[in-house]
Ligand binder design. Structure first.
Ligand code: OGA
Ligand code: MN
Length: 285
């Protein structure tokens, strides 16, 4: 069985047209979706999924593997569905303004700051601003392949240090402290081999401050070069959300960033499942 696909950009991404995820999905249709996920750079979009419930979102995600229960991000976890992470700017239960607007505003790969980085994430849009609030995705396989042989040799020996802390100034002091306590720095190889495609991809982002065994001053120029290289528009797809969108990405071969390009006052509410990947990295002492 095949599914109908429409490419989203030159670099990566495909829309799966005409598949209603709230309906039972046979094994052949699932296999076609899984193939499309691997062969289109690791981004798939399903539009008009308003009929998909929280249970349906979780059940679809589970077809790809075991789901994370978001122990590393307890504040953003749904109180009744630990498999769901809330990406929302809704006010807190205590009435304080929500800080979800700042979630993901640096280029990153989900849970790279843990010893079991995410394999994939499935994000479902429930409310989005009338304009903006976009998310960008970069194809880290293409970015790796277009490095020179000399640069490939340099990055092959590097481990990047990943932290859960966000640089965004609006992060409150208590939240920054919680983030450090829950998530100590983890070193991850800068080049990872995708376990399903066998292709190498860069594993780097704007939250990486230095490389293991090197100073920040030594590391920063290389990090800056790699980020400038990977996140050039030609390696990217920019997603403009519509309510009912379900978009999934492969965290092993892509990076993403929330642009936060919308006016205050508009609701933006999305919910994410996170499919667990294979163990990677080590705690830095
Ligand atoms: C995420 C994330 C970006 C966005 O859900 O992992 O980074 O635009 N979201 O909400
Ligand atoms: Mn993210």
């Amino acid at each position: 069985m095949s599914v109908t696909l429409r490419k989203l950009s030159h670099a990566l991404g495909a829309e799966v047209v005409g598949t209603d995820l709230s309906q039972p999905l046979g094994n052949a249709a699932f296999a076609a979706i899984h193939d499309a996920f691997l062969s289109h750079g690791g981004v798939l979009l399903f539009r008009n999924q308003q009929a998909l419930t929280r249970e349906g979102h979780i059940a679809f995600s589970r077809r790809f593997g075991e789901l994370d229960r978001h122990d590393n991000l307890p504040r953003d976890r749904h109180p009744e569905y630990p498999e769901l992470l809330m990406v929302t700017n809704a006010p807190k239960p205590d009435g304080k303004p929500g800080d979800g607007k700042y979630t993901g505003q640096l280029w990153h790969s989900d849970l790279s700051f843990t010893l079991v980085p995410a394999m994939a994430s499935v994000l479902r849009a429930i409310a989005v601003p009338p304009v903006g609030g976009d998310t960008m995705f970069a194809n880290m396989t293409l970015a790796y392949e277009q490095l020179s042989d000399g640069m490939k040799r340099i990055v092959a020996g590097l481990d990047g240090i990943h932290t859960g802390t966000r640089k965004i100034v609006d992060l409150s002091a208590d939240r920054a402290e919680e983030s450090r306590r829950l998530n100590p720095p983890i070193a991850q190889p800068v080049v990872r081999v995708h376990p399903e495609t066998g292709r190498k991809a860069l594993y780097i982002g704007e939250k990486v401050k230095c490389f293991a065994g090197m100073t920040e001053a030594e590391s920063q120029p290389i990090i800056d070069f790699l980020c400038r290289h990977c996140f050039r528009p030609q390696f990217c797809y920019r997603h403009a959300w519509q309510p009912g969108d379900v978009l999934m990405w492969d965290n092993r071969s892509t990076c993403h960033v929330a642009l936060g390009d919308y006016e205050d006052g508009f609701a933006r509410h999305l919910e994410r499942t996170t499919i667990m990947g294979t163990p990677s990295g080590y705690v830095l002492n």
